[in-house]
Design a protein around this ligand. Sequence first.
Ligand SMILES: [Mn+2]
Length: 219
Amino acid sequence: MKLNMNYYQAVEETGGLPILVPILRERENLFRLVDLLDGMIFSGGVDVDPYHYNEEPHPGLGQITPERDELEITLCRILYEKKKPIFGICRGIQLINVALGGTLYQDIKTQLSNALKHQQEAPAHSPTHEVLIEKDSLLFSILKSERLRVNSFHHQAVKDVAATLRVVARAKDGIIEALESRNDRFVLAVQWHPERMFKRHREHFELFRRFVEECAKKG
Ligand SMILES: [Mn+2]
């Protein structure tokens, strides 16, 4: 498994201290880790095993990493329980939704006939489609706009939204592009990759800034 350096560069640029998490095996260590951290970003990556939302694998399902799923689902639930800030990016929005009880489309192209292109072939920093943002959302309060152009590198998407989450942005084909918490937790999750855009499109940096600001608040 690899992590693109843009994730931790964005966190460091906000003034936060980024720490990378290994694949820990002992459940007790996950609790110890969460106690040490102020919050967590769930990064991009391969597909979440549909076993975790009670589905059999669709032919369009891609690569999966069972050890990473186990680790991240457990970490996400512990963070949520302890009310620590959670920020999800791409696979991260899908992982958070599944960890909190939601489901996914395993393959947009074969399961949704009118979807637009969500696997762009343009450079990673380039926006290719627009998202429409709910005005009464945390996301809107960060971006101060109801429209945002984003990049897109996903073949899966959120289907049924976890009961404690709400949809705050969609692409024009209806695909869910951002989720937030319905309660007092800080959960911000986006389907695009702000870490690949923030150096050229500064509005995307504000997501990292707001997340780290929330992490700096001591509960
Ligand atoms: Mn998209």
